[in-house]
Design a protein around this ligand. Structure first.
Ligand SMILES: [Cu+2]
Length: 320
């Protein structure tokens, strides 16, 4: 159902409800939760928080939550087993949970220039209890929904949740900037030229390479490491990228680059991410490190195939 259609239906239902049952109409409420936050640099987004704000809400049976989605996320309840890409399909912007075991999946939303809204209704017949909404793309991104019987007191108001959310968002956006500062200062082995693919912590990501430009000599190897950014996967890709999104995540071209063809790390993910995405048994492999030896002088641009559109790109300058 499209957003306009679902809005019209909701409006129609609330009018009907108002006349049929004033008490029920008055108690059904739509709460707001922000899914993800976006940190902006001078040239646009640089990353953000991979969390829900606030992370827990108490609501009544029959209430809805409007998830305002900032950045790419996939909201799911009772995520079905299987590799994450089997959950990618046409986006969905609303759903009604009518049973504790029902699977709900928004597919990937929130990638457009304005935030998407995914409205999840907790049916009035749904048993009271705790429900969990996750983002399938971001390990640790979880919303706990405490559904209480209509008429039972709720602990917090909209205004209290909004101020809680704002505090968390402010803290996370500061952490995005801090992550970049730390990554720029952090050096690995002084004898091993190293680039960090992404920086962040369990809550936030800074979608850049650190440093974005590195200078080496012919014959040296650059080590790309994705250990500083626990919530996002990345790739390191030199040369033309495959139009096939699955091929983009497979390693190709080996561990040397002379400026021709494609040399691609494939998916860089932590063990925890790899398990969260349920990728065991697929052609993808779990690695966090990618070494590339440069055999010819020149300037070689590369990208993260997952995040190049928001500026996750770098270059290696190879001097004779
Ligand atoms: Cu990336």
């Amino acid at each position: 159902m499209g957003r306009i259609a679902s809005f019209a239906l909701a409006a129609a239902l609330s009018v009907t409800g108002l006349f049929a049952s004033p008490a029920l109409a008055a108690s059904a409420h739509t709460w707001s939760v922000q899914a993800g936050s976006i940190a902006f640099g001078s040239a646009g987004p640089v990353g953000g928080g991979n969390r829900f704000y606030p992370a827990a809400v108490s609501i009544h049976q029959g209430d809805s939550i409007a998830f305002n989605v900032f950045g790419a996320h996939l909201l799911a309840v009772n995520r079905p087993a299987g590799p994450i890409f089997t959950l990618f399909g046409p986006p969905s912007f609303s759903a009604t949970l009518t049973s504790p075991t029902q699977a709900v999946n928004s597919s990937i939303i929130g990638t457009g220039p304005v935030p998407d809204t995914f409205t999840l209704t907790f049916a009035s017949t749904l048993p009271a209890g705790h429900y969990t909404v996750i983002c399938g793309l971001h390990v640790g991104m979880t919303e706990t929904v405490d559904v209480r019987p209509a008429g039972q007191a709720l602990p917090k108001t909209d205004a209290q949740y909004t101020s809680e959310a704002q505090k968390e968002i402010t803290k996370d956006l500061d952490a995005v900037a801090d992550a970049a500062a730390k990554a720029n200062k952090k050096t690995a082995d002084a004898n091993q030229p190293t680039v960090w693919a992404g920086a962040g912590d369990k809550r936030v990501t800074n979608l850049r390479f650190f440093p974005a430009s590195i200078t080496i000599k012919v014959g040296q190897t650059v080590r790309f490491v994705k250990t500083q950014d626990p919530t996002e996967p990345h790739t390191v890709t030199f040369g033309p990228e495959s139009p096939d999104p699955l091929i983009q995540l497979l390693p190709s071209g080996g561990n040397a680059y002379d400026g021709t063809g494609t040399t691609n790390s494939g998916l860089l993910s932590t063990r925890r991410q790899f398990a969260y995405f349920q990728l065991a048994g697929t052609p993808l492999t779990q690695v966090t490190t990618f070494d590339v030896k440069f055999t010819k002088s020149g300037t070689y641009p590369y990208i993260c195939e997952l995040h190049d559109e928001i500026g996750m790109v770098g270059q290696v300058i190879v001097n004779p």
